[in-house]
Ligand binder design. Structure first.
Ligand code: KG4
Ligand code: ZN
Length: 334
């Protein structure tokens, strides 16, 4: 069978990325230009600045990726691009680049949902095994997705308010750890002990999560300790916060897996890079005997390799997008 080369393009937030993937699983070359240094100055992503930088970088990123892959654009079989969800101005840059290539070179355009991309990051180093439960945890999402087969996504639960990554970043901000905060909280937590009491949010029978109350609890705790003239032990507070996050995620996920009779669990999204969450599920998978996997860190945070990997399945099914495909900032995974 002829090899299929998909060019993936991702620009939904503050990473401009292009990647060539062979047959859905073999990464040939990837370029990721991160804007973190720019947005750090503002303590978070500034949408207008993000889209302007995507415009500046997108051509270079695609050209460099093809050069690194040692392929000419004519050898590419399809162009897969994130069309949503994400920042509208950022999404439009990658989408317009993909449409231009598709139209001028007469190559199929493949629209990929960003969360489908995060899930398919799990199909690069290993193969997905169905049925599975995907716990999608990122800066914008906290969702439990049940999958019976490729591209069959059934959302069974999600956050009622903040996403878990957003909560990590806000907690890091009030503790003045800098941006992006998730990884900083993760590192500090390794040096600390669970000493502060924080409530486990939405400790009920549903498959849903809630993180805004936990965020407020951390803010109140810091405020109260300051008023009493006490110094906060940042390492211990990070360890205590992360411990509650792990308890909330593991409890709900295990309940969902038992109810849906699923013994395969995958993590997806930037927060899947968190060491405490990985270790928490790892220990439970050994204790309870279910299979558990997650992508390498470079495939957890935003990248175009996962978009090309997901796009391959749509390509095989000839599920091509029309040139009218629009960027959708709040698109739901279907
Ligand atoms: O998937 P992603 O790159 O972008 C979105 O689609 O949202 O996820 C970014 C999120 C940020 O909130 C970041 O702080 C968080 O992932 N993150 C982490 C870690 N690494 C990245 N959160 C906790 N622990 C980490 N090690
Ligand atoms: Zn993402």
């Amino acid at each position: 069978m002829k090899d299929v080369y998909i060019l993936g393009i991702e620009s939904s937030c503050d990473e401009t990325s292009a990647s060539v993937v062979k047959n859905g699983t073999t990464e040939i070359a990837t370029v990721i230009l991160s804007q973190i240094d720019i947005h750090t100055l503002y303590g978070g992503v500034v949408p207008e600045i993000a889209s302007r930088n995507h415009v500046k970088d997108i051509t270079f990123v695609i050209e460099k990726c093809l050069k690194d892959a040692n392929l000419s654009i004519d050898q590419i079989d399809g162009i897969a691009v994130t069309y949503g969800p994400g920042l509208i101005g950022s999404l439009l840059v990658g989408l317009e680049a993909a449409k231009t290539l598709s139209y001028t070179l007469n190559k199929p355009l493949i629209g990929v949902h960003h969360i489908a991309g995060h899930i398919y990051a799990n199909n690069i180093e290993r193969r997905l095994e169905f049925p599975l439960m995907a716990l999608v945890i990122s800066g914008g999402h906290t969702e439990l997705i049940y999958m019976e087969d490729h591209f069959s996504f059934k959302k069974i639960g999600g956050t009622l308010d903040d996403a878990v990554g957003e909560c990590f970043d806000k907690v890091a901000r009030v503790m003045e750890l800098g941006y992006p905060g998730g990884v900083k909280v993760d590192h500090l937590s390794k040096e600390g002990k669970v000493t502060y009491h924080l409530p486990i949010p939405l400790n009920d029978d549903s498959y849903n999560f809630s993180f805004s109350g936990l965020k407020s609890a951390v803010i109140n705790l810091i405020h109260n300790e300051k008023q009493k003239g006490n110094t906060i032990n940042k390492e211990d507070l990070c360890a205590s916060f992360q411990d509650v996050v792990v308890k909330s995620l593991t409890t709900k996920t295990l309940k969902a897996m038992a109810d849906f009779n699923v013994s395969n669990l995958i993590l997806a999204g930037g927060v899947a890079a968190n060491s405490g969450i990985r270790e928490g599920f790892d220990a439970l998978s050994k204790e309870k005997g279910f299979s558990f996997s997650y992508p390498s860190i470079k495939y957890c945070t935003d990248n175009a390799t996962m978009i090309a990997a997901a796009g391959y399945f749509l390509y095989k099914n000839k599920e091509f997008a029309p040139l009218e495909l629009n960027a959708e900032s709040n698109e739901v995974l279907k």
